[in-house]
Write a protein that binds this ligand. Structure first.
Ligand SMILES: Nc1ncnc2c1ncn2[C@@H]1O[C@H](COP(=O)(O)OP(=O)(O)OP(=O)(O)O)[C@@H](O)[C@H]1O
Ligand SMILES: [Mg+2]
Length: 313
């Protein structure tokens, strides 16, 4: 069983309209609601590979009900903590002029009592899980110490923590030594506090993080692929797989797919090279489909068979 944690999930609402005029009534041509949030995407991918997964985090109101039901529909086990304020809705308005306009709600404010309730549930729910995936940002009222605490509890229970977040949550979480971290280039630069250019600098930084005590570091670089640094009996080793050339339609959530692929690789006991190829293939397959976290397994397999290791230099 795998647990995915999404502290601040969202209902992603996509609206299509020919045009929109501010200050008037605008009728939409279509509307579609999807469950959103990084850990939710990870759960979606894992369910496509028939892995048992439970989803934790905070939900509230009708939008929270929607997320809970969506998780049930895909066969995940929702174990969210109910809060008094509503789960946020993120609106993507697509108009015929080609503009995409986003409206992002602030999301709920979590009280101390609700946070306490979450941790009680977290401790109990991860007991039967081998892997805990902690993804995305936190709602108001939850500071980076929550990430530190989640990692420490899971580590103490012998779980493998996969961490994919940003900013202070990532920096502070890193020092609690998750089993794996997947920064993208921007997140890596924020950890290192400087610009990082070229594969050799990415490799150096990733190895530095391994030396700080995170045994597996995957740096995702969009259409450049993924660099993987790991601890091999006290020595840092690096491998790199360039991304396949694809017709990308939507690469949002591809990083989440790389994290899901890493979890799958742990379950399958894959070696580092096969693990990395799986991560690159499944994340690229996500970029080939419009919906975040929805991939064609056939496409992923086809892409995986085309991949080769490359020198990081
Ligand atoms: N255009 C693309 N072509 C091929 N592969 C891609 C493309 N975009 C993304 N990928 C694959 O997906 C991986 C993750 O993408 P990216 O580095 O953009 O993650 P991210 O910024 O964490 O994304 P998100 O947080 O939205 O999930 C890449 O390392 C690559 O393997
Ligand atoms: Mg990401």
């Amino acid at each position: 069983m795998i647990a995915t944690i999404t502290l601040n999930p969202a209902v992603d609402k996509t609206l299509n309209a020919s045009r929109v005029v501010m200050g008037t009534v605008n009728r939409m041509d279509s509307a579609c609601n999807m469950p959103g949030g990084k850990g939710i995407n990870v759960a979606k991918v894992l369910r496509q590979y028939d892995v048992e997964v439970k989803t934790l985090g905070f939900i509230g109101g009708y939008s929270g009900d929607f997320i809970e039901e969506a998780m049930e529909k895909i066969g995940a086990v929702p174990k969210f903590t109910r809060v008094s304020e509503d789960t946020r809705t993120s609106v993507n308005l697509i108009t015929e002029d080609g503009y995409i306009t986003e409206f992002l709600e602030p999301g709920p404010n979590i009280s101390d009592a609700e946070l306490k309730e979450f941790f009680a549930s977290y401790e109990k729910e991860i007991e039967d899980c081998d892997i805990v995936v902690i993804s995305g940002s936190a709602p108001r009222g939850v500071d980076p110490s929550a990430y530190v605490r989640m990692i420490e509890i899971a580590n103490a229970g012998g779980k493998k923590v996969l961490l994919d977040t940003s900013g202070d949550n990532l920096k502070k979480g890193m020092y609690s030594r998750p089993y794996m971290m997947k920064p993208n280039l921007k997140e890596l630069e924020s950890i290192m506090g400087r610009r990082i250019q070229g594969l050799s600098e990415v490799a150096e930084s990733a190895m530095q993080i391994v030396e700080w005590g995170v045994p597996h570091v995957l740096v995702s670089m969009g259409n450049k692929g993924i660099l993987y640094a790991r601890d091999d009996n006290g020595e840092s080793k690096v491998i790199y797989v360039p991304a396949p050339s694809i017709r990308a339609v939507n690469s949002v959530g591809s990083g989440d797919c790389a994290v899901a692929a890493f979890a799958l690789s742990i379950l399958e006991g894959l070696d580092p090279e096969k693990t990395l190829k799986k991560c690159v293939a499944i994340s690229a397959a996500n970029a080939c489909s419009l919906e975040n976290g929805l991939i064609s397994k056939e496409k992923a397999e086809e892409l995986e068979s085309m991949l080769t290791l490359s020198e990081p230099d």
